[in-house]
Ligand binder design. Structure first.
Ligand code: PAN
Ligand code: ZN
Length: 192
């Protein structure tokens, strides 16, 4: 791990950072139960375990005060009417926020609190979204042609709680309606 201040570059546009330590690849099989149209999901999965998104992480010690950074690349596509998206999570240390900066593509960030507030913000190149502490977050690629590429930075001790979203889903979904990304209430959202 780097022990002196360091610099690196993020291409403005699609591409990887100039340095990274971890390359995470998430495929369709890791999204079980997350897409509304489960029949389409199963049919797609039986023919190919498609790569949905990739994360390039720059490792830091999981200590308070450290910031974990990297970029995520969500590829274009849909499962039924829903766009390719990240799993989404709460931070395990709930009181930790996150900065997202869009480098390329177009998308939306779906967020909610444990108390039930929900917010969906558009995400375009050059825009920053600040995810407040306590807010779960998922990123959706609303283009069917291009990758959505964004930079993130968050406290390295935050950890990830994926289980809550895996069980309940998000309250809001982004689906294609009349060729446009549209936010709807999740009909399968479950009360704890
Ligand atoms: C991001 C996400 C990344 C992938 O770095 O981890 O975009 O999304 P999932 O972790 O939901 O699969 C972040 O929010 N980190 O905390
Ligand atoms: Zn996060």
């Amino acid at each position: 791990m780097r022990e002196k201040p360091f610099a690196y570059s993020l291409p403005l546009g699609a591409g990887k950072p100039s340095v990274w330590d971890n390359h995470i690849m998430r495929r369709l099989s890791s999204m079980k139960g997350q897409y509304l149209d489960q029949m389409v999901y199963e049919t797609m999965l039986s023919s190919e375990d498609t790569l949905l998104y990739e994360v390039y992480e720059i490792k830091r010690p999981e200590a308070a005060g450290e910031l974990l950074q990297g970029i995520s690349i969500i590829h274009p596509g849909k499962v039924g009417d829903e766009y390719f998206m990240t799993k989404g999570h709460f931070h395990q240390v709930l009181d930790t926020g996150e900065v997202y900066y869009c480098l390329s593509g177009q998308g939306m960030i779906v967020m909610e609190t444990p108390e039930g507030e929900a917010e969906v913000l558009e995400f375009r190149p050059g825009q920053v979204v600040y995810v407040l502490p306590r807010w779960a977050h998922r990123t959706v690629n609303t283009s069917l042609a291009d990758d959505l590429v964004f930079y993130f930075a968050y406290p390295a001790n935050a950890g990830h709680d994926y289980g809550t979203i895996e069980q309940k889903g998000f309250r809001k979904l982004v689906v294609e309606r009349d060729g446009r990304p549209t936010v709807i209430d999740n009909p399968r959202w479950k009360q704890a």
